[in-house]
Design a protein around this ligand. Structure first.
Ligand SMILES: Cc1ncc(COP(=O)(O)O)c(C=O)c1O
Length: 163
């Protein structure tokens, strides 16, 4: 976990994941290649958040995801600050990307929504987890929040492309 990670994510690791026997190690978000030193045989996941919460460090995502992949370690990024419009996490090697839809994607503080996406390799596992929590709304059942989100994604894209 980058040391700059969104505080509730840190709490989730330190309280909830700990109960399940998962150990979390925090690293300097600008560690770059130095992340290798922290990768152990039992390391399963490298979490990234770029820009980092509050201090906005930009991580070298392609480098870090490549180093993780070479060692069979999955990567998850909290892409909330950048948004999928401005940073296409899977193109930069991330296996899973999570996003708070309540921020830029809603844009008007009027949606309760979150998103997770996966690359092709991790998609079956994500889909299976989603199916095991069948009460969660998806794009079909949550059409109103999705429509609200679409409005802001168009606004973000217009800011990016001028069109
Ligand atoms: C980086 C980041 N990730 C996740 C969240 C969680 O957002 P929510 O509580 O809307 O799910 C926030 C909220 O501030 C955030 O800043």
């Amino acid at each position: 976990m980058p040391d700059t990670v969104y505080r509730p994510t840190r709490k989730f690791c330190d309280l909830t994941l700990k109960k399940f026997g998962v150990t979390t190690e925090y690293y300097d978000p600008l560690v770059g290649e130095g992340i290798i030193e922290l990768m152990r045989p039992e390391t399963s996941t490298l979490f990234l958040e770029s820009p980092g919460s509050q201090t906005f460090e930009i991580q070298d995502v392609p480098l870090m995801t490549r180093l993780a992949r070479e060692r069979g370690i999955k990567t998850i990024i909290d892409n909330t600050w950048a948004t999928p419009v401005f940073f296409q996490a899977h193109r930069h090697g991330c296996d899973l990307s999570v996003e708070a839809g309540t921020k830029y994607l809603s844009g008007h503080s009027d949606l309760l929504m979150g998103l997770v996406s996966a690359n092709a390799e991790s998609w079956p596992a994500l889909r299976a987890t989603y199916d095991s929590m069948a009460m969660l709304p998806g794009a079909r059942t949550a059409s109103l929040p999705c429509a609200g989100c679409a409005r802001c994604i168009f606004a973000c894209r217009r800011r990016k492309t001028g069109r």
